[in-house]
Design a protein around this ligand. Structure first.
Ligand code: HGY
Ligand code: MN
Ligand code: MN
Length: 451
């Protein structure tokens, strides 16, 4: 059975059980928590609606393999964002797009002097990605606010659901939000073919006025992100929820190797300066450097182009990507230095020249211990098993950590697959993650981070 069919089936099954004990629809204008007919800690999201929204969002950028290519700044991205804005309006949020292209849906709190609790994720995808990475946290955030709205719950803090722009192209929207998106990055060409400077207005932002999107410490009470784990720890252990301890740092380099393009038939093997041959050695060297010591560090060459690109021409120029990740910024730097030493040796031996250009850097970030405690307590109150774990994937939360306490809630990825059409998270796990998010929001609103 296709996973998509499985989702539809589960959604149907879950619809029967979506109304938790103590749930009462409430008519009339929102009131404070005290006026509720239901205790806030018995509030539950609507699993059928949330999973239906996931299936509907999957239609934007859907690929023949059942995955998603919703590259940031593409038509599919724009259409998906329109869909998400509609859901936000249905959840009675005041919706706007900031100058960095982030979608924000705001709900007033009882105390307008308090900073908002911010929560969300992203809906852009990698090429041929899946239907859960980013989508679960974005739609889960909207589902939480929808649940509060239909139960008449008004929090003390204002609430803001966010869908960050261009997460997969280097956490661009959250970088704009912390005021660190600079001119050099704006000129980079994104996977959509547009530069970031061109892409931001395409989705309703304004790259010339990025300062307006900026938030500083004190502007946000807390940032929470629900996300699929993208690795196999929770799935293998049969644990429902991951409480993220820290998020890896990521560096992307563009490496150029200059050799000499020449005739492939007439140039003897010992007279060549073959840039692709040098690149092959460099790819092995990256792997060798990263695996030379124990630890969780990873390194990947995920993209390569050889020029001029003909069977009968020795490649004269190669451009490839090198990505390095670890929870320690020092270790990333030391891996990088060793890769450069290897690259220079390979260049000397092959008569080529090599240069590295840093394209994007996301620093590692621990999550906030008090937010972790709140999330773990929410799991306990919901009767869900949980465990602490690091994130090997990058997330917008790592930028928000520079200006606010942050926390992340992971739900299991079946077989640990992600950035693939085969990515899958069970509907009940999606709903449980959203319930944890909802309870964490309410606990933080009650002052759960204070004292
Ligand atoms: O690449 C990452 O780690 C993330 O999924 N953007
Ligand atoms: Mn991703
Ligand atoms: Mn993601």
């Amino acid at each position: 059975m296709l996973r998509r069919d499985f989702v539809a089936e589960m959604v149907g099954a879950l619809a029967v059980g979506c109304v938790g004990p103590g749930w009462r629809p409430r008519a009339g204008p929102p009131a404070g928590l005290g006026a509720l007919s239901v205790a806030p800690d018995s509030l539950r999201v609507n699993p059928a609606r949330l999973n239906r929204h996931l299936s509907q969002l999957a239609e934007f950028g859907r690929t023949p393999s059942g995955g998603t290519s919703r590259l940031a700044y593409s038509e599919a991205d724009r259409a998906g964002r329109d869909y998400v804005r509609r859901l936000m309006r249905e959840a009675r949020l005041a919706v706007r797009v900031d100058t960095g292209g982030n979608i924000l849906g705001r709900r007033p709190g009882r105390d307008p002097a308090l900073p908002p609790i911010l929560f969300g994720s992203h809906i852009d995808s990698v090429p041929e990605g899946g239907n859960y990475d980013g989508d679960v946290g974005s739609l889960g955030a909207i589902e939480c606010v929808q649940t509060l709205a239909e139960n008449g719950v008004v929090t003390r803090h204002p609430l803001e659901a966010v869908v960050f722009s261009n997460e997969e192209g280097g956490l661009i929207g959250s970088r704009a939000m912390i005021g660190e998106l600079g001119p050099a990055e704006l000129d980079l060409v994104s996977r959509s073919g547009k530069t970031i400077r061109e892409g931001i207005p395409f989705i309703g932002g304004d790259p010339d006025r990025l300062a307006l999107a900026r938030r500083v410490r004190g502007d946000v009470a807390c940032y929470l992100e629900l996300h699929v784990e993208q690795g196999g720890t929770l799935h293998e252990a049969g644990v429902s929820i991951g409480v993220v301890e820290g998020i890896v740092g990521i560096r992307w380099y563009e490496v150029t190797i200059e050799g000499f393009a020449n005739h492939a038939g007439t140039t003897p093997m010992d007279r060549r300066r073959d840039a692709l041959l040098a690149a092959a050695q460099l790819i092995l060297a990256v792997n060798g450097v990263v695996t030379a010591e124990p630890g969780r560090q990873v390194g990947t060459v995920g993209r390569i182009s050889a020029l001029p690109g003909a069977p009968n021409v020795i490649p004269g120029r190669v451009v490839l990507s090198v990505e390095l990740r670890d929870l320690s910024a020092e270790r990333i730097e030391s891996l990088y230095r060793r890769v450069v030493v290897e690259a220079e040796r390979i260049a000397r031996d092959s008569g080529t020249r090599v240069s590295f250009r840093l394209l994007n850097e996301n620093t590692p970030a621990p999550t906030d211990p008090a937010v972790r405690r709140v999330i773990a307590e929410a799991c306990r109150s919901l009767g869900l098993s949980h465990r602490a774990l690091p994130s090997g994937a990058g997330h917008d939360a790592q930028h928000l950590a520079r200006i606010a306490p942050v926390g992340m809630i992971f739900v299991p990825s079946v077989d640990g697959i992600s950035h693939s059409p085969a990515e899958f998270t069970r509907p009940e796990d999606v709903a449980q993650g959203a319930d944890v998010l909802l309870q964490a929001i309410l606990a933080i609103d009650r002052g759960g981070l204070e004292g």
